[in-house]
Design a protein around this ligand. Sequence first.
Ligand SMILES: NC(=O)c1ccc[n+]([C@@H]2O[C@H](COP(=O)([O-])OP(=O)(O)OC[C@H]3O[C@@H](n4cnc5c(N)ncnc54)[C@H](O)[C@@H]3O)[C@@H](O)[C@H]2O)c1
Length: 250
Amino acid sequence: MRFRDRVVLVTGAGRGIGRAIAEAFAKEGAKVVVNDINEETAKSTAQELKKLGGDAIGVKADVTDYDDVRRMVDEVKEVFGPVDILVNNAGFWTIKKFTDTTPEDWERDIRICYYGTLNCTHAVLKDMIGKRYGRIINIVSDAGRIGEPYLTVYSGAKAAVIGFSKALAKEVARHNITVNCVAAGVTKTPGVEGFLKSVGGEEKLVRAYPRGRLGNPEDIANGVIFFALDQSEYITGQVISISGGYTTVG
Ligand SMILES: NC(=O)c1ccc[n+]([C@@H]2O[C@H](COP(=O)([O-])OP(=O)(O)OC[C@H]3O[C@@H](n4cnc5c(N)ncnc54)[C@H](O)[C@@H]3O)[C@@H](O)[C@H]2O)c1
């Protein structure tokens, strides 16, 4: 119960990696806010989490819409109090050759991955500064560290999140707020099912992963918990890849 009564907001937590992160905090006694643009999965996930020991609410909001995000943060304050730990997890990726992408594709990838992170961080940060406590953990991708073909715009958007996180980490460290990134490699979620089929199945992709398997959402959640722990309070502005040895950059 290392996060008893901490208020944790996880975006895009109705399924996949976000859901595993929300579960990990619920098991540790946190008050978890399950955000998703899909109201049904946000609410049903929150119901499931309540069985794990923590308290939880599901809140629909579109992270790309600043007013909607502010409304969500106000609602959370009324129910649980201000957010202690923010996990910017909601993401979207377009898989196409860059020459085949459209400005609409760029807009979607950048708005969900980058603006979503900016909107949610901006909406909670003043309260964190006021309390002299905060943990912000951004879910990025190895694509944003080493680049991935056919994920060009997404790679750029995630690299933007990394740059933002490092800069903000320096700006807010004196307020006892840390900002770190967890970079996932290919992780088995509903969101990657189509991608796995398009590359000829999991077995083919696994060859690039030294550990010999693809990631599970729980692998990513473990990294998030690590950055949120009190013992990690001196670690900020860092990016950790969780991808079974696929990405080993310093
Ligand atoms: N799965 C992977 O292989 C992988 C690899 C690297 C990074 N990531 C990153 O991990 C995160 C989660 O990925 P996933 O595979 O679990 O995705 P997913 O598609 O399975 O789940 C994403 C969730 O985000 C929600 N969402 C989408 N747009 C939203 C919005 N505007 N506002 C609020 N919620 C929104 C969706 O409804 C969905 O429930 C993303 O940031 C993704 O870029 C995933």
